[in-house]
Design a binder for this molecule. Structure first.
Ligand code: GLU
Length: 446
């Protein structure tokens, strides 16, 4: 049987890091087995879903290298949900209820006061046609619940192992609201059945939904997919991602200069024992992927670790691989010598622009030690310069001033680059050239 998975985001916001990970696990799982990856927009909430968010999700998936084989929209399938809903109602698996939210809340309070779990009492199931007519005459419209059979529902979870829930401990879920709109639960099961989804991989916040949805598949006489639930990621220190300050949206990491490859590598390793390799290609990740590598504890996602991984990715990139990124950062003039000089100092491509400007744009030098600067200005050898020029200059300044170590190098670096740290001076100096070096050592803006 060919594997088919789906990633089912609600386009009510941009793709966040937790959902991007769910998408990636699905994508790797399917593609490692030659299967299909379906993108399904869970857009039944027409108030909060927008075309802009849907496009944002597509853009981010494409940027991360996850192509989808087909796209579906729940908003386009409402007739189908109504049709299946009617069939299930005719079979006695959906029933109409007329309570208001306040009445339901009152029932829950009473149950809790008696020390009982707040499970719905199925009053709707016992209503006579006359009672229903009376409610309708009051202007009430029914909402619909799915009948959960009071028995064990079990499955062998791909991540969590054997799972079992008793239907009697759960309320019959509301599947359709009084205004006719659908809640998530039943449309998702209908789609998975109609679209031939073989494996449902998602966050463990859906574990109890799975017990309900398995009963839905059975009620529809549809094959039950395999399920796997991965622990949700948290922020540093175990704080829930939604409770953390700042955005966790993929598009914001992107805007900050995070590259797709280290991001994908990090997401693929989270929750496994493998360390993220920023240079792992999608093919390498596919070859290494195994759903059994995912453990039961909640992995922590730390944006600082992602930034460090991004830097490591850039540091190890050769010029040919980096050039497109340099062009995007606004440096089509960059050449291999420049890239090799600066890459170890970058956290993101945009940082290369700063170094480009240090080398090629006028800058006011910082003269920390006038004697060292003057000695250097007087000792600059004639051009052409190469990587040996720096040590010739440094030796000359050392001989003239008696400075050595930090007292020698720090003022020279500040005068030549205006920075405390940076690429090796032996590679920077030939790029600066004699005129600019002389002017800066003389205290001139150049
Ligand atoms: N739209 C649902 C969510 O984002 C999909 C859950 C599922 O994968 O079934 O939580």
């Amino acid at each position: 049987m060919a594997v088919k998975v789906r990633f089912a985001p609600s386009p009510t916001g941009y793709l966040h890091i937790g959902n991007a990970r769910t998408a990636l696990i699905n994508w790797l799982f399917a593609k490692a087995q030659g299967g299909a990856f379906l993108l399904r927009m869970d857009d039944t909430d027409t108030e909060r879903s927008t075309a802009d968010y849907a496009q944002g999700i597509r853009d981010d998936l494409a940027w991360m290298g996850m192509a989808w084989d087909a796209e579906e929209s729940q908003a386009a399938r409402l007739d189908r949900y109504a049709e299946v809903g009617e069939r299930l109602a005719a079979k006695g698996r959906l029933y109409a209820c007329y309570e208001t939210p306040e009445e339901l809340e009152y029932k829950r309070r009473r149950q809790r006061a008696k020390g009982l779990p707040p499970v719905y009492d199925r009053e709707g199931m016992t209503l006579t046609p006359a009672q229903k007519t009376a409610y309708e005459a009051e202007g009430r419209r029914p909402h619909w619940r799915f009948v959960l059979e009071h028995r064990e529902t079990s499955w062998d979870d791909l991540v969590r192992g054997p799972q079992s829930y008793h239907g009697g401990h759960l309320s019959d879920p509301v599947v359709r609201r009084a205004d006719g709109t659908w809640l998530y639960m039943l449309p998702s099961a209908i789609d998975d059945a109609d679209m031939g989804v073989t494996h449902v991989l998602r966050g463990e916040d859906h574990v109890t939904n799975t017990a309900v949805q398995i009963q839905m598949f059975e009620a529809m006489d549809a094959p039950v997919p395999r399920f796997g639930h991965v622990p949700l990621i948290t922020g540093p220190g175990g704080v829930g991602l939604s409770k953390r300050e700042g955005s966790q949206a993929v598009r914001d990491f992107r805007a900050e200069g995070i590259e797709p490859q280290p991001l994908v590598a990090m997401l693929a390793s989270l929750g496994t024992a493998e360390a993220a390799d920023p240079h792992a290609t999608m093919d390498a990740l596919l070859a290494a992927f195994d759903i059994r590598h995912f453990g039961r504890s909640q992995p922590q996602f730390d944006p600082a670790e992602l930034a460090a991984l991004n830097a490591r990715y850039l540091h190890g990139l050769d010029f040919a691989a980096a050039y497109a990124g340099l062009v995007k950062a606004g440096l089509p003039q960059a050449d291999e010598t420049f890239w090799r000089a600066v890459r170890a100092n970058l956290g993101r491509y945009a940082d290369a622009c700063d170094w480009w400007n240090v080398i090629h744009a006028p800058m006011a030098p910082v003269i920390e030690d006038a004697e060292v600067a003057a000695a250097a200005a007087a000792s600059l050898p004639p051009e052409p310069w190469d990587e040996t020029t720096w040590s010739i200059l440094a030796d000359a300044v050392k001989a003239k001033t008696g400075r050595k170590g930090r007292a020698l190098f720090h003022p020279l670096r500040l005068a030549l680059t205006g920075r405390e740290n940076g690429p090796e001076l032996k590679v920077l100096l030939p790029m600066l050239g004699r005129n600019r070096a002389l002017a800066r050592l003389s205290g001139e803006t150049a």
